[in-house]
Design a protein around this ligand. Structure first.
Ligand code: AMP
Length: 214
């Protein structure tokens, strides 16, 4: 199974990706996570993408597509994979088509997490993350002890790009560069709309209905 998770920042794609990974046993490829890991390691890639991530702008297509091509070649992707946060431009969508064709694979579906801007802003603004990968929300999924990870006890942090100005910029970038993909995948009859304004469990139920059809 090869799927794309599409939707604005704050649509809950990461939370749903964890559920999908557990249920369907596909690799989870989050370009945002890969870039953040590179930043954390201060690798060549990390230094190259730092300013884009900090300002909420998209990393150039060539850098992003090369990173995805490398990731997809790893053995865990042989059983199928889900792309979370990629493609984000029409150029990236074209690059994905070429990559899949070269691997003799095909895209099965694009799950579009449809969410209002107000919900997206509320979710992003309250999000807390841990370096172990666990995620929380101040209001909807608070940690048992304030600012502390339930799983590993480390101090929780707010992602630098979850600050109000950067949130607004990321949503603007989404509208300008990524929203066009909705029409593109609708035209190709790959788009499956999921109502993402509801509680996470209800969103997962919608996802399962769609993925069980594949
Ligand atoms: P995310 O965690 O998906 O919101 O991504 C965080 C940041 O990583 C974005 O604001 C971009 O700077 C960068 N990024 C992630 N995915 C992509 C992509 N497909 N194309 C370009 N930049 C990306």
């Amino acid at each position: 199974m090869i799927i794309v998770l599409l939707g604005p920042p704050g649509a809950g794609k990461g939370t749903q990706a964890k559920q999908i990974q557990a249920r369907y046993n596909v690799a989870h490829i989050s370009t945002g996570d890969l870039f953040r890991a590179a930043l954390g390691e201060n690798s060549d890639l990390g230094r190259k993408v730092k300013s884009y991530l900090e300002s909420g702008q998209l990393v150039p297509d060539d850098v992003t597509c090369a990173m995805v091509a490398q990731r997809v070649a790893k053995p865990d992707c042989a059983r199928g994979f889900m792309l979370d946060g990629f493609p984000r431009t029409l150029v990236q969508a074209g690059a994905l088509d070429k990559l899949l064709a070269s691997l003799k694979l095909k895209l099965d579906a694009v799950l579009y997490f449809d969410v209002t801007e107000a919900t997206a802003i509320e979710r992003l603004g309250g999000r807390l993350t841990c370096k172990c990968g666990a995620g929380y929300h101040i209001k909807y999924m608070p940690p048992k002890k304030a600012s502390t990870c339930d799983k590993c006890g480390a101090k929780l942090v707010q992602r630098a790009d979850d600050m109000p100005d950067t949130i607004r910029e990321r949503l603007r970038v989404y509208e300008k560069q990524t929203a066009a993909l909705i029409e593109e995948y609708k035209r190709r009859k790959l788009l499956r709309r999921i109502d993402a304004n509801v509680a996470p469990e209800a969103v997962t139920a919608g996802v399962v209905v769609e993925l069980d059809k594949l």
